[in-house]
Design a protein around this ligand. Structure first.
Ligand SMILES: Cc1cc2nc3c(=O)[nH]c(=O)nc-3n(C[C@H](O)[C@H](O)[C@H](O)COP(=O)(O)OP(=O)(O)OC[C@H]3O[C@@H](n4cnc5c(N)ncnc54)[C@H](O)[C@@H]3O)c2cc1C
Length: 244
């Protein structure tokens, strides 16, 4: 796409804020003038600008698009975890507020030839992977999708019900939820940090497919190291997205 178009700031209207966990919300946006940004690929990100009352940019930060391209022709979704000043301010947005969007950017996208993909998300690193999962789910794709999704607690696991529902009606999708801090008494998922034994419990063959990891730097390095141990050629078959 023309770099000038990519950097052009488009005005979007806030449609809805949906809280997915105590600190994470989905920001649903629609273009103010009805004209969506150029098409994007699942896994790409945009710059979100918060505006001053006079319409100039107050500040901007990068956010992966969390919705699938096919469902984002009129509205798109960002999944935002509240940390510092920018995200606190974003969490106070209300319907009809205007924000700026630039993009899309990034190459954290699925190769056309992928017959199976294995996804690893640490916390809010789920957002680009949600876009990828939803894009395959909307088409009920035969691509096999395994998701390892690590959070401290079930309460912090954004989109837990959504992924659980999807897995019931789409056999190609297998979400594996990991809780690293506290698990409820009747918990059926994994407990503890990701490790080789845990990975091998859910995957026998590491010679196929493409691997995607998104999350904090420590999580990315751990997953990369574990995949190398299993013989995965990480230069060719692992894509990483760091929310640095
Ligand atoms: C490719 C990519 C994708 C990402 N996707 C996601 C995602 O999907 N979800 C998610 O939650 N995070 C995502 N992040 C991380 C996100 O961009 C923020 O870095 C993160 O949310 C930290 O938020 P914060 O509130 O601490 O930001 P802050 O550190 O407070 O601010 C971020 C930026 O906002 C501006 N800003 C802050 N305060 C002011 C001020 N007082 N005046 C003017 N400008 C100011 C500055 O430009 C600053 O660099 C992504 C990062 C990258 C690189």
């Amino acid at each position: 796409m023309d770099p000038k178009l990519l950097m052009m700031m488009r005005r979007f209207r806030v449609k809805e804020i949906l809280w997915e966990s105590p600190k994470t919300f989905t920001l649903r946006l629609a273009p103010e003038a009805g004209e969506m940004m150029g098409s994007f690929l699942a896994g790409q990100w945009v710059y979100l600008s918060l505006l001053n009352p006079d319409g100039t940019a107050w500040g901007r930060a990068a956010f992966s698009v969390a919705s699938a391209p096919d469902e984002s022709r009129e509205q798109l979704e960002l999944g935002i975890k509240v940390y510092g000043e920018f995200t606190k301010r974003a969490s106070r947005l209300v319907p009809d507020d205007i924000v700026g969007i630039q993009g899309p950017f990034g190459v954290f996208t699925i190769p056309a030839e992928a017959s199976s993909i294995i996804l690893f998300a640490g916390g809010i690193g789920i957002t680009p992977l949600r876009s990828i999962i939803r894009s395959l789910w909307l088409r009920r794709s035969a691509t096999q999708v395994i998701l390892f999704y690590s959070n401290k607690t079930i309460e912090e696991t954004a989109y837990f019900e959504e992924f659980t529902r999807m897995a019931k009606e789409w056999p190609a999708f297998r979400p594996i939820f990991l809780l690293t801090s506290q698990a409820p008494a009747n918990w059926m998922g994994e407990v503890g940090r990701i490790n080789a034994e845990m990975m091998r419990r859910h995957m026998q063959d590491f010679s196929q497919g493409f691997y995607f990891v998104c999350g904090p730097p420590g999580f990315i390095e751990t997953v990369k190291g574990l995949l190398i141990e299993q013989g995965v050629d990480v230069k060719k078959r692992l894509k990483k997205e760091l929310f640095g």
